[in-house]
Design a protein around this ligand. Structure first.
Ligand SMILES: Cc1cc2nc3c(=O)[nH]c(=O)nc-3n(C[C@H](O)[C@H](O)[C@H](O)COP(=O)(O)O)c2cc1C
Length: 203
């Protein structure tokens, strides 16, 4: 017999936050508090990591002057976010963990798991966020005076969203879950076996 499921008091809230989150590219000038940024970083720390190797580091940037200095090298930053978190691979740590970065896809996946956790944490805090991978790694490293051991992989823009209209370019068109899914071990089988008459159809 199956174990009874543990209580999930906030499960519905988490699913709703996943549904609601959309990238924010236009931000209010309002600064983001240290406490909120710490919560966002903690969410990254809680994210799943291949082999639990933890080879990424997080640099918080709140100086508007620094952000403006980065923008020419980061076309992926379209607006004026009041805070950035730069996610970098720590090469020294990767070597210590025997990670072969040139052939290890897991290290990028780890950036993705941290990213998604951070974006959901932002959503939970009422903050908007938008990743940027469109930037020159060399120029950003130079502008931030990063040590050679750190390679910037992704910049997460964070701030309070403007209330103006729908969030720009927020991926409103996307395939439905049904379009993305095959069932019962058979590519081409577009419907699940009926085991629950009340289950809503995937949209
Ligand atoms: C790995 C990754 C890199 C991205 N890079 C950029 C970027 O450089 N600039 C940008 O404006 N958006 C960037 N995005 C945001 C995507 O364009 C956005 O997630 C997509 O349009 C879907 O919108 P949604 O997240 O609101 O559903 C990136 C997203 C991911 C996951």
């Amino acid at each position: 017999m199956n174990e009874p499921r543990p209580e999930q008091p906030d499960g519905a809230g988490l699913l709703e936050a996943m549904r609601r989150r959309r990238v924010t590219r236009e931000f209010l000038d309002e600064p983001v508090s240290t406490a909120d940024l710490e919560t966002v970083i903690r969410a990254a720390r809680w994210a799943s990591s291949a082999g639990n190797r933890r080879i990424h580091r997080f640099l918080v940037i709140r100086s508007l002057e620094t952000i403006q200095r980065l923008k020419p090298f980061a076309p992926g930053i379209l607006g004026n976010p009041p805070a950035l978190i730069v996610v970098s691979t720590d090469i020294t740590r990767a070597q210590a963990e025997h990670v072969q970065l040139d052939r290890d896809m897991n290290s990028w996946i780890d950036v993705g798991t941290a990213l998604m956790s951070m974006m959901l944490a932002c959503e939970a805090l009422g903050l908007g966020s938008c990743p940027a991978t469109s930037f020159s790694q060399a120029a950003v490293s130079r502008a931030l005076a990063l040590p050679e051991s750190l390679v910037p992989e992704l910049i997460l823009q964070i701030g309070y969203p403007t209330s103006r209209g729908p969030r720009r370019g927020s991926g409103v068109t996307r395939p439905t879950a049904a379009e993305l899914t095959d069932w019962e071990e058979a590519v081409g089988q577009r419907e699940p076996a009926a085991d629950d008459a009340d289950a809503p159809a995937l949209s």
